[in-house]
Ligand binder design. Structure first.
Ligand SMILES: CSC[C@H]1O[C@H](OP(=O)(O)O)[C@H](O)[C@@H]1O
Length: 339
């Protein structure tokens, strides 16, 4: 494996994104200099994952400032453009957090705003490295100090963050210690972030893994084939309820029934104390076509409609560990962010 994987980078006036819609077939980059190109990239999941969206939001403010200077926007036009970035996807709280980190610096100028956005990026990489170690330590202390069989859902890796990853940050740390036997990777329909992105990250680094259909996950857990499940998060409420990719709560229910740890790995930037419970987390409803296919490749009759919530909410009582950069909370035991 060559240099560390970075999904998002800033070079002076351009945000360079790995285009995650064409992985694993092609590694291509999208260079973004305009706000509405970034908004489209967020909505199409060219860039995706809560922490990565936080960085995109932060630099989205800088892009808006630069475009305002090029095109002579007034302040209202600039603020409306920043709002479009902030509202591009509703569930991952990091997008709004990233915008709100940089927006107050609009009057301070592009250099100051870009410097703050750079801090958002580097803070996330540092947080992921730290939470990876905390998560590995917590798991090894509670499961066993031997190579482990892990299950993960969706992609919470370097591609979903500024670098290293959250759930995959814990996996990378365990792998570095020689303590990963295999990773069961849920393919994660409909957009296949697991089979396309997580498997790509693990394969390029030689981490043993097997891709499974989402529907296999509860059975794999209940058959005793998994020692621990580790997932990311898009928004964590004050009571510890956690929004993550659709299909996550099924994994958590199986883990609870099987008595194995269900671990959420996320930086504090994903915790939203202003959201009291999971019932208050906005769940993104995406296009039917992602579920049903489009003309010529439909997976259901033309008369069928789809139902495509992109996230679900796992209640805190099912979250054995919330792994952050400053340590591990245990929501299932009542140790929650808002306590
Ligand atoms: C480290 S956050 C990853 C998180 O974000 C993903 O959602 P999406 O691919 O729609 O941006 C998924 O929920 C992951 O767990």
């Amino acid at each position: 494996m060559d240099e560390e994987l970075r999904a998002i980078a800033w070079t002076g006036d351009t945000l360079t994104l790995i285009d995650q819609t064409v992985l694993p077939d092609r590694l291509e980059h999208l260079e973004v200099r305009e706000v509405d190109v970034l908004v489209d990239a967020v909505r199409r999941l060219v860039v995706r994952g809560a922490p990565a969206l936080g960085v995109a939001g932060a630099y989205g403010v800088v892009l808006a400032m630069l475009q305002a200077g090029r095109e002579g926007w007034d302040r209202a036009t600039l603020e409306a453009a920043v709002d479009r970035v902030r509202e591009a996807r509703p569930t991952a709280v990091n997008l709004a957090v990233g915008v709100d980190r940089v927006r107050p610096l609009i009057d301070a100028g592009v250099e100051a705003a870009a410097a703050e956005a750079g801090r958002v990026l580097e803070e996330d990489v540092a947080a992921n490295r730290a939470l990876g170690a905390h998560g590995a330590d917590w798991i090894l202390a509670r499961v066993a100090r031997r190579p482990l069989r892990i299950l993960t859902h969706c992609n919470a890796g370097a591609l979903a963050t500024a670098g290293w990853g959250t759930a995959l940050g814990v996996v990378r740390e365990l792998h570095a210690r020689g303590l990963v036997e295999t990773v069961y990777v849920d393919e994660t329909r409909p957009l296949l972030q697991g089979s396309r992105l997580t498997a790509w990250e693990l394969a390029r680094e030689g981490v043993p893994h097997r891709v499974q259909i989402d529907g296999a996950a509860p059975s794999t857990v209940l058959r005793g084939l998994v020692d621990v499940a580790i997932v990311g998060a898009d928004r964590i409420a004050a009571n510890g309820d956690t929004a993550n990719k659709i299909g996550t709560v099924g994994v958590a229910l199986a883990c609870a029934d099987a008595g194995i740890p269900f671990v959420v790995a996320a930086p504090w930037s994903t915790v939203d104390r202003a959201t009291a419970t999971g019932a208050d987390i906005p769940i993104e409803l995406r296009d039917d076509a992602e579920v049903l296919g489009r003309q010529g490749s439909r997976t259901a009759p033309a008369a069928s409609r789809g139902f495509n919530p992109a996230f679900d909410v796992t209640p805190a009582r099912l979250v054995d560990a919330l792994v952050t950069e400053s340590g591990v909370l245990e929501p299932a035991r009542g140790r929650v962010p808002g306590a």
